[in-house]
Design a binder for this molecule. Structure first.
Ligand SMILES: [Zn+2]
Length: 313
């Protein structure tokens, strides 16, 4: 691993002391020791359901800085399993935007091309008895926690609508990189959750939870850096990792971009897309949002140098 070009004390001086980024920066030393030979591989995994917006740029920058400050590799993965919402052209546009802004990464992986891989891991879960077919409709289940109706066998006269992961009654403990301890008993919080949706005899869809766990493991991701809206997914992902014999990863969740009402800014909401903001301005905004002090930079290279990222590989 190579050290970032800016020394840590110089970087710390550019950060608000109590910010998420300052905590990341301070943790770099022990993190490197902790890794002990496991290469750092991070990722940014947007859904191509629209153009890149300010919220996703913040997620990209957070995971990019985290990876580059640790001397690690940063991957981009297009999470396009939801084929009704996601479009290739949006993904291409997002990739192009990231490259124009100066992010450096290899050719991204597209989840929509990985059906064979997911099927193989699904079959493994099946052989392990960790999943079961469910015939319940959305109306059968309602809004609450799935009650395990099909856990011990499903109605034979109804079509299979999904495959569910059998959660245990154990409590899953995990720690965020910022030190926060979390615990969750999946049986109480979500119940047996869906890994595969069956649309008809020819069509199926992998769920976010399942695809992300398989990809993180097969891409040898070591660190997950993402928004706090995904904290609630972590216990489910750890449960799947354990069932599949994958390692558990380092998790770091940064605070979310919200509007004045405290609502998350998303693609469907009023989040400005990056076309509405100038690239450098958008990056500066993301940097300040994550806890950086404002930087005087008139061009992209100057911005990246100021935030401790060497642009030439
Ligand atoms: Zn069911």
């Amino acid at each position: 691993m190579t050290q970032s070009p800016l020394l840590k004390p110089n970087l710390i001086a550019r950060l608000q002391p109590d910010s998420w980024l300052a905590n990341v920066c301070r943790s770099i030393k022990c993190e490197r020791t902790l890794l002990l030979g496991v290469p750092y591989i991070g990722r940014f995994a947007p859904s191509p359901s629209g153009q890149l917006h300010q919220g996703s740029l913040i997620a990209a920058l957070a995971s990019y800085l985290h990876a580059r400050w640790h001397g690690g590799t940063w991957l981009v993965r297009m999470e396009d399993v939801d084929t009704t919402r996601c479009k290739r052209e949006y993904g291409d546009h997002q990739i192009q935007t990231l490259r124009q802004l100066g992010f450096i990464f290899d050719e991204p992986v597209w989840q929509s091309t990985r059906d064979v891989i997911y099927q193989a891991e699904f079959d493994r879960l099946k052989r392990l008895g960790a999943i079961y077919p469910c015939t319940c409709t959305r109306r059968d289940i309602g809004d609450g926690i799935y009650q395990g109706t099909c856990r011990n066998g499903h109605a034979v006269n109804k079509p299979i609508r999904s495959w569910r992961f059998r959660v245990g009654d154990d409590v899953i403990n995990w720690q965020d990189e910022n030190g926060t301890q979390r615990q969750e008993q999946l049986m109480q919080s979500v119940g047996d959750f869906v890994v595969k949706r069956v649309i008809d005899e020819q069509h199926h869809e992998w769920t976010y939870q399942f695809a992300v766990v398989v990809d993180d493991a097969l891409q040898q991701i070591s660190h997950i850096v993402r928004g706090a809206d995904l904290i609630d997914s972590t216990a489910r992902q750890i449960a799947l990792q354990r069932a599949l014999g994958y390692p558990t990863l380092v998790y770091s969740h940064f605070p979310l971009l919200t509007n004045e009402q405290g609502e998350k800014l998303s693609k469907s909401g009023q989040a400005p897309t990056l076309d509405m903001l100038k690239g450098l301005e958008a990056l500066q905004h993301a940097w300040v949002f994550l806890g950086g002090l404002p930087i005087q930079a008139n061009y992209l290279e100057a911005f990246w140098a100021a935030v401790g990222v060497k642009q030439k590989t």
